[in-house]
Design a protein around this ligand. Structure first.
Ligand code: PLP
Length: 388
């Protein structure tokens, strides 16, 4: 059976050029970058090259890049590091209700530790209101943490405007750019962000490598204590293979972004238009314009997203729902709920996230299979029969 992968926001395959780049580090280049002899020095040089490449992707200076084990660690470092550093100044954090758990649960944890957290709401497109953000700021606000692009809907937040507000008020601004990096241009200087997290496995590097941009002059208390790696900002012997891979993935992303994002946007439109044309009672969730090119989140009314995913899987098509399965109970997605979508409709939502190896044939195959599955599931749905 032909396999079609439409879940690139969950993770991506490793790019063949990245695989080539890391091969010598799996075989002969084994040194510990902290060692002063030839084996260490050789590896250290490649780490610094990778740092330059990561910096170039987001228009940072290489010394502003700290390698981490993941996007999750980068978010934790940014948030916990900031509140630890600025706890004398205040105890208030502003974030949104649609963040990834890496940010959301870190903020909820800090709430338990005595910090006050404002979770800003969003409108039906998943967009936040800048006036609401402004009026949430108090003289105790020490951190604003807002994601660049939402992982479930793809909606892009007005990061530059938020950056300007934060800078004017002298508040640290962290941006979780895990779903944006490699997909849309990011310029940390223009955006006025102080901290920005990215993750390798979302754009063709392996899992288990990320980085945090820390603007020059911003001093964060480290999250992980130990050796002097990463200029005392993140202890632990470096994940050399991951770092080299992340550097290469950033180089490729910068090189291919313009062409690839246009191509992928074309595929997404083909998919959305095809679905709207052939299936009744569907709605597209997320912002119509301000959205990363590869992501579409679609509610198929009267059916369950999980059943749709399982049926697509039987046909070799990998996608995901907007809902998370927690300890056996099917919870509707917190993102779609925050957008005010009816919980029953939210349960029928599916995220298709496209990437480098998708073709028009993939999309056409989905469009061939999907209407039949939806029709079959609806024919078994009491909800559908009641409403029709
Ligand atoms: N932030 C966002 C928006 C994400 O989508 C993800 C992963 O899905 C993360 C953070 C966490 O990144 P990682 O998987 O590298 O820990």
């Amino acid at each position: 059976m032909r396999k079609i992968y439409l879940d690139y926001n969950a993770t991506t395959p490793i790019h063949p050029e990245v695989i080539e780049e890391i091969k010598p580090f799996i075989t002969e280049r084994f040194g510990n970058p902290s060692s002063i002899h030839w084996a260490g020095r050789e590896v250290k040089k490649y780490i610094e090259e990778a740092r330059e490449k990561v910096a170039r992707l987001i228009n940072a200076d290489p010394m502003e890049i700290v390698f981490t084990s993941s996007g999750t660690e980068a978010d934790n470092f940014a948030i916990k590091g900031t509140v630890e550093t600025f706890k004398e100044k205040g105890n208030h954090i502003i974030t949104t209700s649609v963040e990834h758990p890496a940010v959301l649960n870190t903020c909820k944890y800090l709430e338990k530790c005595g910090y006050r957290v404002t979770f800003l709401g969003v409108d039906s497109y998943g967009m936040l209101d800048l006036d609401e953000l402004k009026s949430a700021i108090t003289d105790k606000t020490i951190l604003i943490s807002v994601m660049f692009a939402n992982n479930e809907t793809g909606t892009i937040f007005p990061i530059e405007e938020i950056g300007n507000i934060a800078r004017q008020k002298g508040i640290i601004f962290h941006c979780d750019a895990v779903q944006a990096a490699g997909k849309v241009p990011i310029d940390v200087k223009k955006l006025n962000v102080d901290l920005l997290a990215i993750s390798g496995h979302k754009f063709y590097a392996p899992k288990g490598i990320g980085s945090l941009y820390i603007r020059r002059g911003v001093k964060l208390r480290p999250l992980i204590h130990g050796g002097h790696q990463e200029k005392n900002r993140r202890a632990g012997t470096e994940n050399v293979i991951g770092i080299v891979a992340l550097g290469k993935a950033c180089e490729i992303a910068l090189r291919d972004m313009e062409k690839e994002s246009q191509r992928i946007l074309g595929l997404r439109r083909r998919l959305e238009e095809g679905i709207l044309k052939t299936i009744k009672d569907v709605t597209i969730n997320g912002h119509p314009e301000s959205r990363i090119p590869n992501t579409t989140n679609i509610s198929f009314h009267y059916i369950e997203g999980e059943s749709l995913i399982l049926n697509l899987d039987l046909e070799g098509i990998a996608a995901s729902t907007g809902s998370a399965c927690t300890s056996g109970t099917l919870e509707p997605s917190h993102v779609l709920m925050a957008m005010g979508i009816d919980p029953v409709v939210a349960q029928g939502s599916v995220r298709f996230s496209l990437g480098k190896w998708n073709t028009e044939e993939d999309i056409d195959r989905v469009l061939e299979i999907l209407p039949g599955i939806v029709e079959r599931l609806r024919s078994m749905s009491p909800l559908y029969r009641r409403n029709k």
